[in-house]
Design a protein around this ligand. Structure first.
Ligand SMILES: CC(C)(COP(=O)(O)OP(=O)(O)OC[C@H]1O[C@@H](n2cnc3c(N)ncnc32)[C@H](O)[C@@H]1OP(=O)(O)O)[C@@H](O)C(=O)NCCC(=O)NCCS
Length: 190
């Protein structure tokens, strides 16, 4: 199967790839999970995960962003249940393309099984294959679970000085591109 840069090499050694026609239909399969792009029928299950994972305020934005530009990856378990999702976007600053993992959540029933790690890893590979020079995420300072997931995948915290060095006056536009909210830290993977 040609390596055309879509969701292909993310889940370690115990995976194989379903050879389907279109890039967006590619799915990575582990012994337990299928990782694929969201389909319209997945929306209800993703909404349930959002409801169980975020505060009402954040829920509103997470839900509405599902249909916005970008892509949603989902993990489907052996029973065909959507266990988690991640929303990916790209944006440009100073003519350079960057990626962002905007939202990630796993259904409480399926947490601590490596699902978020797989989603982050797959999202990273996908965004970098699309040409992103670096990939960002924003996480609440006290969201230790999410910080642990991103750290494990090689993300590092970036302070305002580091961001300023990278983006100069565009820093404020960048902060809105990655939806950085008060109380959150920016993470970078280069
Ligand atoms: C954050 C979240 C996505 C993690 O999902 P997950 O599938 O349970 O994460 P993983 O199983 O891949 O865990 C990866 C690493 O993070 C660590 N981790 C996960 N949850 C943790 C927790 N509550 N406390 C401490 N460490 C945690 C794991 O121990 C694991 O490290 P290890 O492999 O060394 O043991 C999930 O808890 C969630 O959906 N939270 C609510 C939504 C949210 O906060 N999203 C992020 C902000 S957009």
């Amino acid at each position: 199967m040609p390596d055309d840069g879509c969701l292909s090499r993310s889940l370690g050694s115990n995976h194989f790839i379903l050879p389907l026609n279109l890039c967006l239909e590619e799915a990575v399969v582990t012994m337990e999970h299928i990782l694929r792009t969201m389909e319209p029928g997945d929306a209800i299950k993703i909404k349930e995960i959002i409801d169980l994972s975020f505060s009402p305020f954040i829920r509103f934005f997470a839900l509405h962003s599902l249909d916005d530009e970008g892509r949603v990856l989902v993990v489907e378990n052996q029973e065909g249940v959507i266990a988690g999702f991640a929303k990916l976007i790209t944006f440009k600053e100073r003519a350079i393309k960057y990626g962002c993992l905007l939202w990630i959540a796993v259904h409480p029933k399926y947490r601590l099984k490596g699902i978020a790690s797989n989603l982050v890893n797959a999202g990273l590979n996908d965004l970098k294959d699309e040409g992103a020079k670096a990939v960002f995420a924003s996480v609440r300072r006290r969201n230790f679970a999410s910080l642990a997931v991103f750290k494990k995948q090689g993300f590092k915290r970036m302070n305002l000085i580091g961001l300023w060095r990278l983006f100069g006056w565009q820093t404020f536009k960048f902060l809105s591109d990655i939806w950085l909210a008060p109380g959150e830290v920016a993470l970078i993977h280069t």
